[in-house]
Design a protein around this ligand. Structure first.
Ligand code: NDP
Length: 275
C-alpha cells in the first residue's frame, strides 16, 4: 500500500510553511511542501531540515493550469491519490498599492478563487477515502458576505447554488470591477474579500457534492480562517505567529479517522462560524 501523503500549496513561507512544519511533526505520512518557485521551495525545505524535520518538495504554481495538472498526475502515479490537501496559496494587494481596482480584482480573483478552484477540480477526484481538504480562506469572507446586496447574500448562503452559478458570479464581479460598476452590482469594495467569499462558498458547494457523490468515503472538506497572522501578507503588527496561524488549518487537516464533522463549514479558532 502507498504511503499516506499530505500536500500544502504556497508552502515556502508564512502560514503555508508553518502548516508544513506542523504536519511534519504530527502527520503519519509524507508531507509535500509545494511552491511556485523551486529555489524558494528548496530554501524552505532546508530551513525545516535545520530543525530536524523532513518534508518533500514538488513545484506547483496554482495559477498555471499545466502545473496543477502535472502535479495531480504526479500524486496519482506515485501515491494513488492524496490523503490531505491544504489549499493555502493566496495573494493580497497591499492597502497602499496604487494598481487600479479593476486590475486588483482580476489578479486577486485569479489566484484566490479561480486557480484554487482549478486545484480542487483536479485534486478532488484524487482525494482518498478518509481524506481531508482544507481551503485557507479568511474571516473577511464573512465580512464581505454581509456587505453584499441582499440578493447576492441570499445566493451565497443558499444550499442550491451550483459551482457554475458561483463561477459566473465571481466573473461578474471582475467584469463589473472593470467598468466601475461593482458597487451598483451589489458587491463590497474589496477584491480580496470577494475572492475569499467565493472560496468559502465554493468549499460549501464542493462539500455538499462530496456528501452526495461519495457518501461512504468519509472525506471532510472545510474552509477556514487562520486568524490575523504576522506574514509578508499581513505585516508585522498582526498578533499571531505563523505557527499559531497554522493551528486551525492543521486541526482540520488532521480531523481523526471516522470523524463526520465539521464538513462544508467555515471554521475559525477551531470553531464552526455562522455563514
Ligand atoms: P504570504 O504572502 O506570506 O504567503 C503566501 C504564499 O502563497 C507564498 O508561499 C506564495 O508564494 C504563495 N503563492 C501565491 N501565489 C501562488 C501561486 N500562484 N502558486 C503557488 N503559490 C502561490 O501569506 P500568508 O502566509 O499570510 O497567507 C497564506 C494564506 O492565508 C493565504 O491564502 C491568505 O489569504 C490567508 N490568510 C492570511 C491571513 C494573515 O493574517 N496572514 C489572514 C487570513 C487569511 P511566493 O513566495 O512564491 O509568492
Amino acid at each position: 500500500m502507498s504511503a499516506k501523503v499530505a500536500v500544502v500549496t504556497g508552502g515556502n513561507k508564512g502560514i503555508g510553511l508553518a502548516i508544513v512544519r506542523a504536519l511534519c511533526k504530527q502527520y503519519q505520512g509524507e508531507v509535500y511542501l509545494t511552491a511556485r518557485d523551486a529555489d524558494r521551495g528548496q530554501a524552505a525545505l532546508e530551513s525545516l531540515a535545520s530543525d530536524g524535520l523532513k518534508a518533500l518538495f514538488r513545484q506547483l504554481d496554482i495559477d498555471d493550469l499545466n502545473s496543477v495538472i502535472s502535479a495531480a498526475a504526479f500524486f496519482k502515479e506515485k501515491y494513488g491519490g492524496v490523503d490531505v490537501l491544504v489549499n493555502n496559496a493566496g495573494i493580497a494587494f497591499k492597502v497602499a498599492d496604487t494598481a487600479p481596482f479593476a486590475v486588483q480584482a482580476e489578479v486577486t480573483l485569479k489566484t484566490n478563487f479561480f486557480a484554487t478552484r482549478d486545484m480542487l477540480t483536479h485534486f478532488l477526484p484524487l482525494i482518498k477515502a478518509g481524506g481531508r481538504v482544507v481551503n485557507v480562506s479568511s474571516f473577511v469572507s464573512c465580512r464581505s458576505l454581509n456587505q453584499c446586496s441582499p440578493e447576492l447574500q441570499q445566493r451565497f448562503r443558499s444550499e442550491d447554488i451550483t459551482e457554475d452559478e458561483l463561477v459566473g458570479l465571481m466573473q461578474r464581479f471582475v467584469d463589473e470591477a472593470k467598468t466601475g460598476e461593482h458597487k451598483q452590482g451589489g458587491w463590497p469594495d474589496t477584491a480580496y474579500g470577494v475572492s475569499k467569499l467565493g472560496l468559502t462558498t465554493l468549499s460549501m458547494i464542493l462539500a455538499r457534492r462530496l456528501s452526495k457523490e461519495r457518501p461512504n468515503d468519509g472525506i471532510l472538506l472545510n474552509a477556514c480562517c487562520p486568524g490575523w497572522v504576522r506574514t509578508d501578507m499581513a505585516g508585522p503588527k498582526a498578533p499571531k505567529s505563523p505557527d499559531e496561524g497554522a493551528v486551525t488549518p492543521v486541526y482540520l487537516a488532521l480531523l481523526p479517522p471516522g470523524a463526520t464533522e465539521p464538513h462544508g463549514k467555515f471554521v475559525s479558532e477551531k470553531e464552526v462560524q455562522t455563514w
